[in-house]
Ligand binder design. Sequence first.
Ligand code: SF4
Length: 450
Amino acid sequence: MYKNHLLPYTTSMTDTNSPSKDKGSFSFISLGCARTLVDSEHMVNDLKSAGMSMVPEGSNETVTILNTCSFIQAAIDETETNIKDLTQRKKDGHIKHLAVVGCYPSRFKKGELNLKYPEVDLWLTTQEQSQLKPRLTELLFQKKFMPSTPVKYTKLTPSHYSYIKISEGCNNWCAFCTIPKIRGEHTSIPLETIIKEAKDQISYGAKELLLVAEDTTAWGEDIYGKPSFHLLLDELAKLPIKWIRPMYIFPSRVDSDLLNVIKKHDNITNYIDMPIQHASDHLLTSMNRRHDKAYLEQLFKDFQAEIPELQWRTSLIAGFPGETEEDVDELIQFLHDYPFAQVGCFGYSYEKETRSARMEGQVDAATIQSRIERIMTAQLKLVEERNQDKVGQTLEIIYEGNQTARSQFESPEVDGSILIENHENLIPGQFYQATITSAKGYDLKATVNV
Ligand code: SF4
């Protein structure tokens, strides 16, 4: 999770600093994941098309907008801290209007939220986000309609990469997860819309497209009667784009079609983000993951045999109800046996609306923390060993600026990066060949070949 006080990467200084007098101005804070950031970018551009200017928070803006996250208690806490801070500033006269959108108002009843935070002028759920412009038009200007005019597109990520959301919602109902309740049923974004979005992002400068959804592999199920993510990848790979990065793969939907399309196209990264959550059979069953450890083992063996250079990122949950120290041992052994380049480990979060909240064997917070540390210490040791093998290898990298770069094996924001020793004349967003010179812990150093 991260907090972004959003400022555009690509608008001119005039856009940023000179609020339009008649159409007003807005500031935007985005909490949560890349999927929320995609929503934020759409809302920002929708408001700009109405003539509103985007300004830094605290610039005497007409309205402050907070896009929220609420999938676990830690995210709710962060959202509520922000709402309390903003409502206090409104009471003190520093904020004129306040809108709170996204996952937080989707998880709770608006009546209760109105009582708790009467200073908030507008609540919109994730399903209502497209209503932000008309609702603000009504609230701020007492008008029913604000015409759209073409404006220069505002990106909220650096111009060389873009997140593309390919579907909304999720039908998987993992036992620990609140997202199906918050974001609703899985609905695919049509192929033509995604291709148009991808082409637009390429025209704004994107060289890397990161495909995101709650479960990218479910894409197409509601349109074609069966999951068809491979068809989407096949179409996107025909575009003039250097890297297409599939994120949020659901293991039980991985099949030979997916493997073949990755193998077929050089511009689909040899990097897959696939959260496995655990490797213990009884936990995978209670999590409702719809596969077992043997399935995962076969999957990794198949990919390893066909695409030996492919690397995996995964996410794990420590402390799911019923987990024992032996289960943690089994998970660590699994990390040892299969080549995970990047691992995120999260402590199980008790969420009262979920099935796992009613399960026996809830694990206490201190034990969860010690298991996270045990898993991540083991993973660090493995990464240290595996990174030593990279020393001397030459990789294609994209220079990010600030002395750092990424290869196809690192995703922006969630993975580490490569420190470039001879960075002086490099241009952010450009590709270079670089040789890894040293590895320590998670950190790699490289020299660009000249
Ligand atoms: S696939 Fe992801 S979003 Fe869907 S229920 Fe499982 S954890 Fe939640």
